[in-house]
Ligand binder design. Sequence first.
Ligand code: PMP
Length: 292
Amino acid sequence: MKTIIYQDGEFVQAENAGIDIFSQTVNYGFGAFEGIRSYQTNNGIKLFKVREHFERLKRSCEKVNIPFHWDIEELIEVSYKVLHKNRLKNAYLRPLVTCGIGMDLKVNKQSGITIMAWHWDYYDSNKPLNTCISRFERPNPKSVPVDAKLTGNYINSILATTDAAQNGYDDAIQLDARGYVAEAPGANIFIEKNGKLYTPEISAYILPGITRATIIKIAKQLDIEVIEKLISVEELKNADSAFLCSTAVEVVGLASLDDIPFKTPFKDSLGATLQRAYKNLVLDKLSFEVII
Ligand code: PMP
């Protein structure tokens, strides 16, 4: 079966789609994207938090003046069609806004949208990750907006991820330009200390994760206190446990940081409780309502 994607108003075979080689997205990494997951739930196929993702895509574009001239409700409809046309149930959906034909460096008023999807079933979130503090810090928000999901920002994520892997780690923890704990290359971070959770506060220095926001809401319902604040490397090192969260990986525990294991095994941590609750929420199986 050929892969069908949506591109600028049409459903086309992926092999017939394309991005202009002269676009600023290809040449300069000037574009924006999202990552959304669909789940086969008891109530049908659902794209989890799809509206929030498209709203963030719009904000990401607006932050750098990429014209976003699409109706979000229509994009949601189209997204379900992309899943349907490819007979996908558990999948990862990637909307990508590309921009600017021409080699100059001014924002160009042309932008286009492509939505593709692929099967995404399972991420082994039962195996806690060995992590390291990356030598690549997140970009300085005084240089580029780090709180927007821009294609070019992922050069930094690729460097951090690859470097961690080359040194034998599963993932990297990145600091922000001020030296505080920021996030992983593709996920937000929470730490647990003395029965409370802490996570870097929303600021220009991190991507405001949709999973992060969901975890905070679930924690509230479970009477788990979450404190959003600046987190130092010392605090991370002294945490009882820690976990990452993102659309792609959901909730995944950390086994160690810079070869030092966290005191509490992930399976006994608040993170494990939230991991189960999150899974139930995305599958529409949660026994309580999460007010969204
Ligand atoms: N931080 C970064 C840098 C990311 O790329 C992602 C993944 N989009 C996240 C955090 C988590 O965001 P979300 O929960 O919305 O997937």
